[in-house]
Design a protein around this ligand. Structure first.
Ligand SMILES: [Zn+2]
Length: 358
């Protein structure tokens, strides 16, 4: 006969005692962790606990009752101790097997998310690498720039009308009422790199310069206060408009496809003369006109021109000896054309669902 059977026999006909035994064992059975178990131990076996209370009730009882109650108390204490130990072992085993599952080396691994380059970085690298393959060297310049490099040495001295097109963001100005070549600004284009390179080196120069530029533009589907450009220029003793056209035709076809037509449209830039904007035939319609190209059949991709002799004078080159061409490509524009994206803001919203597609 085990302890529980003996207890059942002792408490037969004494329902309050039988209930006490049952409730004590149920309390242990309901424990879910070591903390529960410790609380149960105190409530059942502590100084003010169930078993102690049982012995305290012995005084004033008849000898027969004392004997039954005493035996019940002793047996119950023994049973509670056994059950508490048993439950403790059970809970420890469960915790071990839980930990074992967490370390199960036979489970298949979880694939970590792998990042990749932002679409604008990919396009910048693609543009840059086309020119590197043509022998150009990559040079980068500061984004915080002096007025002198951003405007004046690019043939736009203070109060030149072309400056007003730029909506410049200033970092500091010598005199808020007067434009000065010493003003510090966020470059409005990547062209200052031309001046910096020509100032410090002698031709021949074949340079490509990717980077960010800034303008005080309202942000909408086709404008951003920060945008990316790739500047390129070549300077030598006999560089002609023919070299400019040949180079940019090769570039446009490598970037957009060999089947694309390329055309040059006269334009104006203060630091090139003559100047031309370059278009490629529309990928949507092949040139016949559609919504993408606004019925023109052409898509503008960059601005270019022969470097103005005034720019050579600023950097100390003899305009009689040297000629050169320069161009600037808008990276966002190229990415939008290449990937049929109609809103520039998606590049900067960091929505991983969009970025993961490319
Ligand atoms: Zn079209």
């Amino acid at each position: 006969m085990d302890d529980l059977e003996k207890l059942n026999e002792l408490t037969e006909g004494r329902p309050e005692l039988a209930r006490l035994v049952q409730e004590s064992l149920e309390e242990i059975g309901a424990c879910r962790d070591g903390e529960d178990l410790e609380h149960a131990r105190i409530r059942l076996l502590g100084k003010k606990g169930t078993v102690t209370g049982l012995f305290k009730g012995l005084a004033g009882l008849t000898t027969g009752d004392k004997k039954v109650l005493g035996q019940t108390g002793n047996l119950l204490r023994k049973l509670i101790e056994e059950r508490l130990d048993e439950k403790g072992r059970e809970l420890a085993g469960a915790a071990r097997s839980q930990a074992g599952r967490a370390l199960d080396v036979t489970l298949p691994g979880r694939r970590p998310r792998i990042g990749h380059k932002h679409l604008l970085t990919q396009v910048t690298e693609e543009i840059t690498s086309i020119f590197v393959s043509l022998g150009y060297q990559v040079v980068v310049g500061p984004e915080v720039e002096l007025d002198y490099y951003n405007f004046e040495a690019l043939n736009q001295p203070p109060y030149h009308p072309a400056r007003s097109l730029h909506d410049t963001l200033y970092v500091s100005r010598k005199d808020p009422h007067r434009e000065s070549p010493d003003d510090v600004l966020l470059r409005t284009h990547t062209s200052p790199v031309q001046v910096r390179v020509m100032e410090s080196r002698r031709p021949p120069l074949y340079v490509i310069s990717p980077g960010k530029a800034y303008r005080k533009d309202e942000i909408d589907a086709t404008h951003s206060a920060m945008f990316h450009q790739v500047e390129g220029f070549a300077v030598g003793t006999d560089i002609t408009m023919g070299h400019l056209k040949g180079t940019l035709e090769v570039f446009a076809r490598k970037l957009f496809g060999e089947e694309r037509d390329v055309r040059f449209r006269p334009h104006f830039f203060p630091f090139t003369e003559p100047s031309a904007e370059v278009d490629v035939s529309c990928h949507g319609c092949g040139g016949s006109g559609c919504a993408i190209c606004k019925r023109s059949g052409w898509l503008e991709i960059l601005g270019s021109g022969m470097i103005d002799p005034r720019v050579f004078e600023y950097v100390g080159y003899d305009p009689e000896e040297y000629t050169g061409f320069a161009f600037g490509v808008g990276v966002e524009r190229v990415a939008m054309l290449k990937y049929a994206i109609d809103d520039m803001r998606v590049f900067f919203e960091n929505d991983a669902r969009f970025l993961r597609q490319y």
